[in-house]
Ligand binder design. Structure first.
Ligand code: FEO
Length: 167
């Protein structure tokens, strides 16, 4: 059965949202690089890559269902921040928006009887729990570190250990 119109529109919007998140995280990586925080920058770069993979998961689902991909605009992301904690707070707010969008898609899939989309969306619901928790942890650690340069340096090293940052 072909994808219903509303579901297809929602999935295409989600592809754009994931790509926008990827774009925003890369901008954050750029700002963190400029602050000489290469570990945090690497963490953001890895996150940017993960968001692109998320977009491609939705992309593949739409293609596998024989429907048309229609990408939307990607807005210019913020590339100036007042502090590392503001960067991660912005990331957390973004993740919460993504979670809300995915939950809405899950509700739509149920309402429209698009049950083939449920396993994909369930995967994303679980993924969002992890993503929000990991960003929230960094926000908490940064708040605790305050302006202490030593604590910031240690946190930068710790975050730089995340695989996939390309450095
Ligand atoms: Fe793909 Fe971080 O949401």
């Amino acid at each position: 059965m072909p994808l219903k119109k509303a579901m297809l529109a929602g999935l295409n919007d989600q592809i754009t949202m994931e790509l926008s998140a990827s774009h925003a995280y890369l901008a954050m990586a750029g700002w963190l690089e400029a602050q000489n925080l290469p570990g945090m920058a690497s963490w953001m770069r890895a996150q940017s890559g993960e968001e692109r993979e998320h977009a491609l998961r939705f992309f593949d689902f739409v293609v596998d269902r024989g429907a048309e991909i229609e990408l939307g605009d990607i807005a210019q992301p913020s590339s100036t921040f007042s502090s590392p904690v503001e960067v991660f707070e912005t990331a957390l707010a973004q993740e919460k928006q993504v979670t809300a969008a995915i939950t809405a898609l899950y509700t739509l899939a149920n309402e429209e009887g698009e049950f083939e989309a449920i396993p994909l969306l369930t995967w994303f619901i679980n993924e969002q729990v992890e993503e929000e928790a990991s960003v929230d942890q960094v926000v908490e650690d940064l708040r605790r570190a305050g302006g202490d340069p030593q604590a910031l340096l240690m946190l930068d090293r710790e975050l730089g250990a995340r695989p996939g940052g390309g450095e």
